[in-house]
Design a protein around this ligand. Sequence first.
Ligand SMILES: [Zn+2]
Length: 221
Amino acid sequence: MASNRRAFLTATAVGALATVPAAAAPAVTEPPLSDPRTALAELLAGNHRYATGRSRHPHEGDRLRHTLAGSQHPFAVIVGCIDSRVPPELIFDQGLGDLLCIRTAGQVLDEAVLASVQYGVEELRIPLVLVLGHERCGAVAATLEHLRTGAPVPGHLNLLVDEITPSARRTRALPGDWAEHTMTAHTRWVRDAIRADSAFAGSTVLAARFDLDTGRVTLLP
Ligand SMILES: [Zn+2]
């Protein structure tokens, strides 16, 4: 499966998008971040600015837009939730061309998500993948509601519930906030599933939690 995905990416226009000759593009104003440690430090520094009300809203405007029209060098893949309160560019205080964001409800995985991650790490050579869960996630809440009541899950929402249910079952007996335990376990599970995929051997894949109240991102062990 992994080799099929790789072949698909390199054989289609998706791959071609990443092969714009660097020499054809105007010089970027800053060197790309090419190692995971530096990329993580930049994310956490940006989140600190955001959480403390000192966002710079960097990397916007006409000049940069023209530069990026020739090539892009995002430094992190964010696999996050669709929640409107968790927009990666804002909570990490980044701008155009900085982050490759893949968002699904409850950051659940499917083949489209995995293909998108692979595009980022393989074609764009992004050094860091960060799976980002958050508190009071609606997809987690829907899963717990289903497990508590047995109520049927409408339509396409079944996919979300199916993906999150194993983490909910594993954490149901723990003391404390079941939703929080489920979100944490599920976010780690997504991280571990990406790590275990041979397509991402050698990639740095981390997991983190976003706190809606404080605005802070905390890495998960
Ligand atoms: Zn969510």
